[in-house]
Design a protein around this ligand. Structure first.
Ligand SMILES: C[S@@+](CC[C@H](N)C(=O)[O-])C[C@H]1O[C@@H](n2cnc3c(N)ncnc32)[C@H](O)[C@@H]1O
Length: 224
């Protein structure tokens, strides 16, 4: 995947608001649009919950008190705050965000919400991985941004605790009312192929989301 492929506008917006698919012609190399404030507003908008079903997603993760979770591409923290709550005060969330301005927004938000069990790590791809092994790696609407998807998955797999899992949720291919433009999507099948290349296998799939696939992966023959 080339960087050019990742230069696209925000997600969570309906198509046809000014630009097809909400696509913007400019943006940072990570795929975030120039108008960061509007983008963050879209990611956090109240109507997103109708199709994103964040509470059902977190419930299906089956987290326990004390679990350690790594979230890749947390954005302003739509899931980070829910994850922090789900693992309880003894648990920990490592939120790995590549865009400095967004990482700052997330840090501020965590402070304001008095969340003490989440750390923001500024890093892209496999530059900096979580310092400890984790029970879960969660990636939501972000895999299609990765420059080297399979390599990043392989690196993340080395940080999984025994019986740990990687969960990837991203938009299906095809024309949908939400999400990145179709040409920027990674289809369910393309993602599974990348996971296989990384030595991971699909161990479960949730199908309750209307526009996204939800795949649970476990490591197979990955050197720890
Ligand atoms: C579409 S947003 C999704 C945010 C959040 N997961 C959500 O669903 O609300 C993608 C986020 O991933 C970040 N990102 C892109 N590439 C990344 C990478 N290689 N490592 C970490 N974060 C990345 C972007 O800066 C952006 O904040």
């Amino acid at each position: 995947m080339s960087h050019e492929r990742h230069r696209h506008g925000g997600h969570g917006q309906p198509h046809g608001h000014g630009q097809p698919h909400g696509h913007q012609t400019h943006g940072d190399p990570l795929g975030n649009p120039d108008d960061l404030a509007a983008y963050l507003e879209r990611l956090e908008g109240s109507t997103r919950a109708e199709w994103q079903q964040p509470d059902a997603i977190v419930a299906a993760l089956g987290l326990r008190n004390g679990d350690r979770v790594c979230e890749i591409g947390p954005g302003p923290g739509y899931f980070t705050l829910r994850l922090a709550r789900a693992v309880g005060p003894q648990g920990r969330v490592f939120a790995v965000e590549a865009e400095p301005r967004i990482a700052d927004v997330l840090r501020t938000r965590l402070v304001e919400a008095q969340v003490a069990n989440a750390d923001v790590i500024l890093a892209a791809d496999d530059e900096t991985l979580p310092p400890e092994s984790v029970n879960l790696v969660l990636i939501v609407n972000t895999f299609h941004h990765f420059a080297r998807g399979a390599a990043y998955l392989r690196a993340l797999a080395t940080r999984l605790a025994p019986n740990g899992a990687i969960v990837n949720i991203d938009f299906h291919a095809g024309d949908l009312p939400f999400g990145p433009p179709p040409e920027h999507r990674v289809s369910r099948e393309e993602f599974i192929a990348a996971a296989r290349t990384a030595g991971l296998a699909v161990v479960r799939e949730e199908v309750f989301l209307p526009y996204q696939y939800y795949l649970v992966l476990a490591a197979r023959n990955v050197a720890r």
